[in-house]
Design a protein around this ligand. Structure first.
Ligand SMILES: [Zn+2]
Ligand SMILES: [Zn+2]
Length: 119
């Protein structure tokens, strides 16, 4: 069924055409856009935008942050061990809030956030 959504970030949905009236929304007072999705996501599923990824201390991680390992980690399928304190710079969030992509000593690996802390 056709409905109207606000693309300003407030997540507003109307069944009839209208304006966004959400205080503070970047599209406040602008017309909502027509949408006929059936999955309720309004084509706005953005990979990691509203995913909150936290390190072992509960600090929020963002793309580009630097983290260090808080324990020795052995890479699965290899004998390589990364020592506690090894720094990974320029992490990238994934669509899983428990994992980040990063480079450790030149190897691209996926780390579980419970093993890192932000520096
Ligand atoms: Zn809005
Ligand atoms: Zn929709």
């Amino acid at each position: 069924m056709t409905h109207y959504v606000c693309k300003g970030g407030c997540g507003g949905v109307l069944e009839e055409i209208g304006i966004c009236e959400t205080e503070g929304c970047s599209n406040q007072y602008e017309m909502m856009e027509e949408c006929d999705c059936t999955d309720g996501k309004h084509g706005m599923e953005e990979s990691s935008s509203d995913l909150v990824v936290k390190d072992s201390n509960g600090a929020v991680l963002k793309d580009g942050d630097d983290v260090v390992l808080i324990k020795d980690l052995t890479l699965r399928g290899s004998s390589k061990t990364f020592k506690r304190g090894t720094k990974a710079s320029g992490i990238k969030l994934t669509d899983n809030d428990e994992e980040i992509d990063c480079k450790l000593e030149g190897s691209a690996i996926v780390l579980r956030v419970e093993f890192v802390k932000k520096v």
